[in-house]
Design a binder for this molecule. Structure first.
Ligand SMILES: [Ca+2]
Ligand SMILES: [Ca+2]
Ligand SMILES: [Ca+2]
Ligand SMILES: [Ca+2]
Length: 493
């Protein structure tokens, strides 16, 4: 169980490390492109976002590492002996990719307090942190600077083995020292195994007491990262992705977004011959600030898929810069127009999840937005936007759906088989909710919350959810997964 948690942690650690690579302008492919007109979507939304970001404070936003490391560096200059500030500064440096400087800061702490140089209860976190720093150096020198299609993929195969070995060698020294004092430390044990793997010395050289055997056959892990070869390796911090046919040519295209506040979207057109063309600039999407999640829809029934962008998930406080969601209309010619304001969807709320569905059965898609509220200070009720001739009005209150919670997921489906959609909401901090349609004489009257009755309030800390007929009995079932943040708390980086 613990091992699985740590596996997840290191995968996330590797993921975030990979995304910290610097590209010239994000795609790494643009320099090879012919001259393309860079279409800019002239959007009031972009102005609105810029304005919000200009007034935001990122001191407590854990992904704004560059800003935070500068702030903490200034704070440290005022108080150079403050160990807590120096450690926080080192953490931000590491998260921002300034790994060597992060190591220097930890070494400065060990020099200030020499007793911390030995591994013990007090010093453990500093040594763990150094271990992660050296693993990160191994990644930066190998997986990033000399990237190939096996880089960063665990279990590491022959092509993924590090040429520059110093980082992992130092990590092995550190984790070996930690395990001598803390032999049951599963985190160090897992990372020691990873470090050996990156050097091509797993499992042979891993000390028997700490070896974690693989439970899968080598032939089962033959996965290669082909994104660089296909030209779809855009750079960004997490974000959304849609694989669908945006130009109606029968081939699946890819649109991505990044969560980074300065990030942009990417649009890769499938050429039907096994490759993709980066049409981001000509589509206008390079000028759109991306979000954490993307959902495709055809809000205007013209047969072309439009894009809804969800922003500000996990940012429940105003001073983090809560931004509006956007609707991008597909113009049918591989370009998009931001129509958020003109169709009545402009709303500044933090949200990661939404669902397009025809709740009133009138033949057009309506929109439910699951908003996130994390404090009593400011509440963000959920929204139900009714589509009326392709403009929208929030009618959530009319149906008892303007609920407040830390909603991370929404799925809509006809769960009671009455021919009308029902709604299931997952809540990170509270009971999940299930709204069943109430219909009379072929008219939708309201939605009734029946989660307790239906036995679907759990699991606690719920996150993604969806509906499907798992056992083919004609009744839709609900899948909802838990997201327990405590699994991450001891993981540096
Ligand atoms: Ca296509
Ligand atoms: Ca459309
Ligand atoms: Ca409708
Ligand atoms: Ca129903």
């Amino acid at each position: 169980m613990y091992i699985n948690s740590f596996r997840l942690c290191i995968c996330l650690f590797l993921f975030f490390a990979c995304t910290s690579q610097e590209h010239d302008n994000g795609s790494g492919k643009d320099s090879a492109e012919p001259k393309i007109e860079n279409i800019v979507i002239d959007s009031a939304i972009n102005d609105s976002i810029d304005n919000i970001l200009a007034n935001a404070s990122f001191m407590y936003s854990i992904y704004e590492n560059e800003t935070r490391s500068k702030m903490l560096g200034n704070k440290l200059n005022q108080k150079p002996d403050d160990i807590n500030t120096r450690f926080s500064y080192a953490r931000e440096l590491l998260n921002n990719g300034d790994t060597q400087e992060a190591i220097s800061q930890i070494e400065a702490i060990l020099n200030l307090i020499p007793s911390l140089k030995n591994v013990n209860d007090q010093s453990k976190m500093f040594h763990e942190f150094l271990g992660v720093c050296y693993l990160r150096i191994g990644e930066q020198k190998n997986c990033q600077e000399n990237h190939n299609d096996s880089s960063c993929i665990i279990p590491i195969d022959v092509k993924g083995i590090h040429n520059y070995k110093y980082g992992s060698q130092k990590a092995i020294e550190i984790y070996s020292r930690l395990l001598k004092i803390f032999p049951n430390d599963n985190q160090s044990r897992w990372l020691l195994n990873i470090a050996y793997m990156t050097l091509g010395k797993y499992p042979e050289d891993v000390p028997k007491a700490y070896l974690i055997p693989l439970s899968i056959n080598k032939s089962d892990w033959a996965m290669n990262n082909v994104s660089t070869r296909l030209g779809i390796d855009g750079f960004g911090l997490s974000g959304g992705v849609i694989a669908d046919d945006f130009d109606n040519d029968g081939f699946i295209d890819i649109v991505t977004s990044t969560w980074g506040t300065e990030g942009q979207m990417f649009y890769y057109k499938n050429d039907g011959k096994g490759n993709f063309t980066n049409v981001t600039k000509s589509s206008g999407l390079s000028s759109v600030k991306g979000g954490l999640n993307l959902i495709q829809t055809d809000y205007n029934n013209d047969g072309y898929l439009d894009i809804y962008i969800l922003r500000s998930g996990w940012m429940p406080e105003r001073n983090w810069g809560i931004m509006p969601n956007s609707l991008l209309k597909n113009n049918g010619d591989e370009t998009f127009t931001d129509v958020t304001i003109e169709v009545g969807l402009y709303s500044v709320t933090p949200s990661q999840s939404a669902s397009w569905f025809d709740f009133d059965n009138d033949g057009d898609l309506d929109l439910f937005v699951a908003n996130e509220t994390n404090s009593q200070r400011e509440k963000f009720p959920c929204e139900l936007f009714e589509n009326d001739n392709y403009t929208f009005k929030n009618v959530a209150a009319n149906y008892g759906l303007n609920k407040v919670g830390y909603f991370k997921g929404v799925t809509t489906s006809d769960l009671n088989n009455d021919g009308w959609f029902d709604i299931y909401l997952s809540n990170l901090k509270g009971d999940n909710m299930y709204f069943e349609s109430e219909v009379f004489n072929g008219k939708l009257l309201t939605f009734n919350e029946k989660a307790k009755y239906a036995g679907v309030t759990y699991p606690i800390s719920s996150f993604p959810c969806w509906t499907f007929d798992a056992n083919n009995d004609g009744h839709e079932d609900i899948y909802v997964a838990s997201f327990d943040g405590t699994a991450f708390k001891d993981q540096s980086g």
